[in-house]
Design a protein. Sequence first.
Length: 208
Amino acid sequence: MPPDPNNDVYDFREGFDTRLIYMNRTCKVTKGGQVVKYTAMVACGNYNGVIGFAKAKGPIVPIALQKDIIQLMPHDAHPMGVLVNSMSALSIFHPDANPALRAYEKCFQNLHYVERHEEHTIAHAVQTSYKKTKVYLWPARTTTGMKVGRTVESILHLVGLKNVKSKVIGSRNPHNTVKAVFKALNAIETPRDVQEKFGRIVVEKYLL
């Protein structure tokens, strides 16, 4: 079952893992010089059906510290979830200066629950599109594994899915791909949804 957002005792970040989907650099030339900004998209999940993502922008981050940002994982290493390898890394802890950390904070405000079929795959095939990107997801047998692209694999892995096939057609823009994947995951209907929709009882094939 999805976590209760009204439960103050529940710690949302406990058991969550985080992945940096992409980091984009833009440079704007002004009268005063060049203004460099970074755009980061981060996804978080607890490997148990709960997944979220967010995008944020911020000023330049030292390249030497980006490896620390990309890790972003163990929440027991630092209260804000960033690995600390040196004292100089403390300068990137403020969300306003660190787009990856800002996206990390925001992704917990955009959580979705995905029902997993038999705890390893999706219930049925689904097709969705976002702008110029089309995403197809198919369920797979237990021994199949993940036959998906890198961006899609990052999302499905955080959900806790282990056997899924996927195909991305059209634009491979990471932002559009992530949006299309989340749209597909939200479009998956569980047997309970089908029962409520059609008023029929859903049974396994071997029982027919």
